[in-house]
Design a protein. Structure first.
Length: 166
């Protein structure tokens, strides 16, 4: 299966570890704003967190995922949720307006388009986490190991590179 190709699987595992790390840091620092970006060789963590706190959070995340806490791999702030919401809302909002040539008719269909967009958003809410679970993250870390955590930038907002190896 394509999801099991080495680079894709490594990215999905790193994505799960990134999410779990954010969950752990969020529990410790509820006001902290963070973002991450995963790739086959690790992930970037963006947010004002010390290297020591990040190392502890990554270690705990790795341990808890290995212990079977699969829900840590799913995060409500994931881009998968955002993309799902945009595609579903936009597609359903487009349907009532498609094929309409006159601006007058479009005006009268606008409430339906808005309603369909809201319906698309509502339908996307449970779909995004399911897509994360099945396609964009892999909570089974396999032989994933954390090699290093390196501060990349500290001007304004801290950025760290978490380097992993499969």
């Amino acid at each position: 299966m394509i999801l099991d190709l080495p680079h894709i699987l490594a990215t999905r595992r790193n994505h799960a570890l990134e999410h779990a790390t954010i969950h752990i840091l969020s529990a410790k620092y509820p006001e902290l704003h963070m973002a991450g970006h995963s790739n086959p060789t690790g992930f970037y963590m963006i947010g004002n967190v010390t290297t020591e706190d990040l190392k502890a959070a990554v270690s705990e995340a790795w341990t808890r995922l290995r212990a079977g806490e699969r829900k840590l791999a799913i995060h409500p702030g994931c881009g998968t949720n955002l993309a799902t919401s945009m595609v579903m809302s936009g597609t359903l909002a487009w349907f009532p307006m498609s094929g309409v040539k006159s601006n007058r008719r479009r005006f009268w269909l606008l409430p339906f388009a808005i309603g369909f967009g809201i319906l698309g958003y509502a339908l996307s809410r449970p779909l995004g986490p399911k897509l994360q679970e099945k396609y964009t993250t892999e909570a089974d870390l396999g032989d994933l190991q954390v090699e290093d955590i390196v501060p990349v930038r500290k001007r304004g907002v801290a950025i760290h590179r978490v380097i992993t190896k499969n």
